[in-house]
Design a protein around this ligand. Sequence first.
Ligand SMILES: Cc1cc2nc3c(=O)[nH]c(=O)nc-3n(C[C@H](O)[C@H](O)[C@H](O)COP(=O)(O)OP(=O)(O)OC[C@H]3O[C@@H](n4cnc5c(N)ncnc54)[C@H](O)[C@@H]3O)c2cc1C
Length: 438
Amino acid sequence: MQNSGLNSNYKYDVLIVGAGIAGSAMAANLAKLGKKIAVVERDLRERDVIIGELLQPGGVIKLQEMGFTKFIDNIDAQPVYGYDIIYEENNYVISYPNKTGEPCGYGFRNGAFLQNMRRHILADENITVLEGSVTELLEKDNALIGARYVDKSSKEEKDLFADLTVITDGPLSSLREMLSTPEKKLNGYFMGLLLKNCEMPYSNHGHLIMGDHPPMVIYPVTSNEWRILIDFKGERPPRPGKEFKQYLKDTFENALPVSARKAFAEAVDEGKIKTFPNHRLPAKPILKQGGVILGDALNMRHPLTGGGMTAALNDVLLLCDNLKQVPDFNNKRKLGKAVEKFYATRHLGTQTTNILADGLYGVVYNPDLRKAFFEYISRGDKYAAETCSILAGLNKDKRLLLNHFIGMARYGTQMRIANSEATTEKVTQSFTMVKDAV
Ligand SMILES: Cc1cc2nc3c(=O)[nH]c(=O)nc-3n(C[C@H](O)[C@H](O)[C@H](O)COP(=O)(O)OP(=O)(O)OC[C@H]3O[C@@H](n4cnc5c(N)ncnc54)[C@H](O)[C@@H]3O)c2cc1C
């Protein structure tokens, strides 16, 4: 899967490092402006990963705005209409807003979705897709002028030059340092298994399962598979093996809905358990002429709420909109202004998603707060609807989220925590979590 057309003296308008979710969407969208683009991706084969398998409705809207909902077609993607929140023996279903024109979310295998994007960019005559690993970024007079990569098949080192180099090499980026000040914090791991041929209490819904065990999320990824992600706190990923399999069964099997237990036990026995590190990375970009960074390379939040692809697509659309105002990418001043404006405003689209993800992760590990959270949304009405619209990435109102967060802590306090010292402590804790999460 590779198209060529490479000429080593040629200067592209744009060079994109990484054909993941952000890089592929960026290439597809920029090519519509007629820009000549090179994309370097280290591995064009379909990936088998546990990341990025639930696209929230807010992300679907971004695809619609780009005209690329076709990326969800023909991959057995499953519509998702909301979440079943399971807390100990109880559950409450929250639904995505279904006002006219507002889409649902979609669950799919990430590799299949990404191959749809890559097929599109491979077929676009404005885009040259190359398979190889970028090893370094090229600088001249303190400006970024391109990148060096090692071609996958020939093993040759080659240089590519462009007016704008876009870094989208993802969560494990090795190139982010030149364009940002990364303060990356490891937040444990997600372990992923596929539950096959089983039913969940609510078809076409995500399930968040909380209790006296690490949290689990489950959503449909094909018509007969559900992805289950289980949180694992720790500095190192869990070691697979007999003991670990027993731990999984002992700790989680009975916390699952009865209909999923057999499939879970079978998946554990089969042993196809994948792990991936969860990071928190606040966006701290550095302005550098000729370069821009986005997606997970720039900013990450806990994946509990499945907000990463929505945030990445938000970045792509915003940057492309700014770049539309620059007809000639040789105009360094205007190009720099477009990138600067992107960095200055991107938080409006991503901050609420980030706060919710990191804040909720704190809530599910605190016994009082997770009980309060469950009771709070079980009141229904705006308590469920507004929270769900924020989770969906449809409502970006940070103040509304903060109000619900504080409201939830207060509600829990009034309902159960008699001790007023504990009350103050819990509310202060939630404030701190939110402040730290931005
Ligand atoms: C466990 C987990 C579960 C998640 N679940 C969800 C979810 O359900 N929903 C959701 O919206 N988000 C989820 N996310 C987040 C989501 O996966 C990311 O936000 C999204 O993939 C970011 O896209 P990206 O393009 O920045 O990175 P990626 O999609 O990872 O793309 C990076 C690309 O760069 C390539 N690359 C890397 N280095 C180089 C190099 N040196 N040279 C050339 N190419 C290179 C890689 O091969 C890859 O193709 C999850 C994250 C984790 C950790």
